[in-house]
Ligand binder design. Structure first.
Ligand code: PXP
Length: 259
């Protein structure tokens, strides 16, 4: 199982002060030293964390594959085509969201063109999608190499069932349900992810997964044999503030090493 460490949040901390501390390049080297198989960054339209200069410096210095997440906005796609990372993962993007909410709308105008532009620059393309068959069929039709399954719904259900989240101010209101109901929903969502991974793999697509994965829920997703890669940001960077980044990456690698 490959691990892509999403290092965007290093730049969230940097933005809190507006100084070059912590340094994104130092973080990239630490993640790679600790065993990160891929570096993942998200060049957002609002540049709230990673900016163009970061992306270009990371591309120039990164010794493992670079996966840049981005929207299908024409200007952003042209920048990514110019930077030419190994892979671009197309994600939905809303200015006001805290993070990538939900999978890509695969009927969105401009998706075909975005894929075509990236492919012309010999960039592998992945679509970040909900685990549903229509979206997978679209990825196949567009000749994408990868899909990345959105595990956010699974992660939220897992947290509400297995942590004290429901007793905290971070409780997810829509998921304040009886435990039996949460269990049933979690099982269903897990089965949906599994079925999507099996279907996508049967079509010849490589299958990644990500969003909301942490040190508790990751083994369940990692144990799905058709999934070959996880992209994880928040939980690793959060842990790194306590343990240091190398330890946080190593601990995640250890969790998934036999998958
Ligand atoms: N994969 C994709 C496509 C994402 O957009 C994100 C969030 O930027 C992640 C993985 C990582 O999610 P998290 O930070 O919740 O681990």
């Amino acid at each position: 199982m490959k691990l892509g460490v999403n290092i965007d949040h290093i730049c969230v901390l940097r933005a809190a002060r507006g100084v070059n501390d912590p340094d994104i390049i130092a973080a990239m080297f630490a993640a790679i030293k600790a065993g990160s198989d891929q570096i993942t960054i998200h060049l957002r339209e609002d540049r709230r964390h990673i900016d163009d200069d970061d992306a270009r410096r990371i591309k120039a210095l990164c010794k493992v594959p670079l996966n840049i997440e981005c929207s299908i906005d024409k200007d952003i796609i042209n920048i990514i085509a110019d930077i030419a990372p190994q892979r671009a993962t197309l994600v939905p993007e809303k200015r006001e969201e805290l993070t990538t909410e939900g999978g890509l709308n695969t009927d969105a105008k401009g998706l075909e063109k975005a894929v075509e532009t990236l492919k012309k620059s010999e960039i592998e393309v992945s679509l970040f999608i909900e685990p549903n068959l229509a979206a997978i069929n679209k990825a196949k039709e567009l000749e994408c190499e990868y899909i990345e399954l959105h595990t956010g719904a699974f992660a939220n259900l897992y947290l509400m069932l297995n942590s004290n989240l429901s007793q905290s101010k971070y409780s997810i209101k829509a998921l304040e349900l009886p435990r039996a109901k949460l269990k049933e929903k979690l099982k269903k969502e897990y089965e949906r992810i599994k079925a999507a991974a099996i279907y996508a793999k049967s079509l010849g697509l490589e299958v990644a997964a990500g969003h909301g994965l942490n040190y508790q829920n990751t083994p369940l997703i990692a144990s799905i044999p058709q999934i070959c890669e996880l992209n994880i940001g928040q939980s690793i960077i959060a842990r790194s503030t306590i343990t240091g980044l190398e330890t946080a990456v190593k601990e995640m690698k250890e969790l998934i090493k036999n998958c």
